[in-house]
Design a protein around this ligand. Structure first.
Ligand code: HGY
Ligand code: MN
Ligand code: MN
Ligand code: MN
Length: 399
């Protein structure tokens, strides 16, 4: 029997790994001590549930049943400042559904916690490597913002690593997640059945000028890398204007100035430029504008310009059969209090969609807040999500 108390207790235990900041905040980036400890605990919890835990070479953790099964899960790494539910909810709900199914002779369900969904090294790195969209030799040289390579980070888990799990053993993938936006909370609804997931592009850009004394260098002679970055950021919205829609989004989320000192004209500015949209053509047109704008600014200001690797994922549509199962579950658990909606956040489901049918469901985020310590969801909504996931697994299992 599905046990909501056991599910909520496991979620609380997982929160204890990397608990930080105010409220229910979590700092558990991929391959950190807290993340590795959490994965070891998860593996033990899977084994107790009668699943066979298996780590792969990039830190993804599976809890497997024998024979063909439906795969449920999400990720258990967090943003550098994250909440307790982003990813964790889908993993622990999957564990509870699989455990209850084993106890009661329910459908064959396996569990996964993907690694580095939050993009310390790339975009949804663990599921991207597992699904083959990101070759290992391209992943290994990727660096985090401190310059640590993926190869070095994943070596921290080398003692746990087994072979990659064969995706062919899974009949489909369903991921429960918090919405991370305001739609369900504002409408006082409990469940969102996802229709599509946006696509994304993410690229590091560097302007290199001339580092110099901030007191003696006349303004007109400076080649100030921060001013180039500021000019880029100030002009990009206008440059995008004829291409984007109200659903398009972009962010400069990480900035690093060198040497980052009050009395030095910055010689180098490296920043992340990320953009998302539901339309692949539009993502490409935005890329052309990003590159052209950076080039023009570099030329006008005497900067050297370099672009890092362009990382990205295409928009995907959810599988109709799995979606219908989720819709039936939603109507049974939360009659009249659910809707269909697209996802503006990325998920491992995007990568898995290249291998098998996938679907997703959301529960509300209080105040629409996520990627912040304040992220939270009412217990009743967490449990509603668990119940819909279990019902959908049942429906799919019965064929
Ligand atoms: O950024 C995202 O959409 C995801 O939470 N990693
Ligand atoms: Mn997530
Ligand atoms: Mn996230
Ligand atoms: Mn001096």
């Amino acid at each position: 029997m599905l046990n909501p108390d056991r599910f909520l207790a496991d979620l609380e235990t997982l929160r204890g790994f990397g608990a930080a900041g105010v409220g229910k905040g979590v700092v558990r980036p991929a391959f950190s001590d807290a993340d590795i400890a959490a994965r070891k605990w998860l593996a033990a919890r899977m084994a107790e549930a009668g699943l066979t835990p298996q780590f792969d070479p990039v830190g993804n953790l599976f809890g497997l049943v024998e024979g063909p099964s439906l795969l449920l899960g999400s990720h258990s790494d967090s943003q550098p400042e994250g909440g307790w539910l982003d990813g964790a909810l889908g993993v622990i709900a999957a564990l509870e559904v699989a455990r209850a199914a084993r106890e009661a002779g329910g459908p064959a369900v396996s569990v996964v916690s993907f690694q580095d969904e939050e993009g310390r090294f790339g975009v949804t790195t663990g599921s991207a490597v597992w699904s083959g969209t990101l070759p290992m030799d391209e992943a290994d040289p990727l660096t985090d913002h401190a310059g640590v390579t993926y190869a070095v980070a994943r070596a921290r888990m080398a003692d746990l690593a087994g072979p990659f799990v064969d995706p062919g053993r899974f009949t489909g993938y369903v991921e429960l997640h918090i919405e991370q936006g305001p739609v369900l909370d504002t409408a006082a609804e409990q469940i969102g059945v996802v229709t599509d997931i946006v696509g994304i592009r993410d690229m590091k850009i560097t302007f290199a000028g001339q580092q110099n004394h901030a007191g003696t260098t006349p303004m007109h002679l400076r080649r100030d890398a921060f001013q180039a970055l500021a000019a880029f950021n100030a002009s990009i919205a206008e440059r995008f204007r004829n291409v984007v829609t109200p659903a398009s989004v972009w962010s400069v989320g990480h900035v690093s100035l060198h040497p980052n000192a009050s009395s030095i004209v910055p010689g180098r500015a490296t920043f992340s430029m990320q953009w998302r949209d539901g339309d692949a053509d539009r993502l490409n047109r935005m890329e052309a504008i990003v590159r052209a704008t950076a080039r023009e600014i570099a030329e006008a200001r005497g900067m050297e310009l370099s672009f890092g690797p362009l990382l990205g994922l295409e928009p995907v549509t959810m599988d109709a059969r799995l979606r219908t199962a989720l819709e039936s579950g939603a109507e049974a658990v939360a009659p009249g209090r659910w809707r269909k909606l697209p996802s503006g956040a990325l998920h491992d489901a995007t990568n898995v969609a290249g291998l098998m049918p996938v679907a997703m469901l959301f529960v509300p985020s209080i105040g629409g807040i996520s990627h912040d310590f304040a992220e939270d969801t009412a217990n009743a909504d967490l449990v509603a999500g668990l119940r819909v996931l279990a019902q959908a697994a049942d429906i799919v299992g019965r064929g």
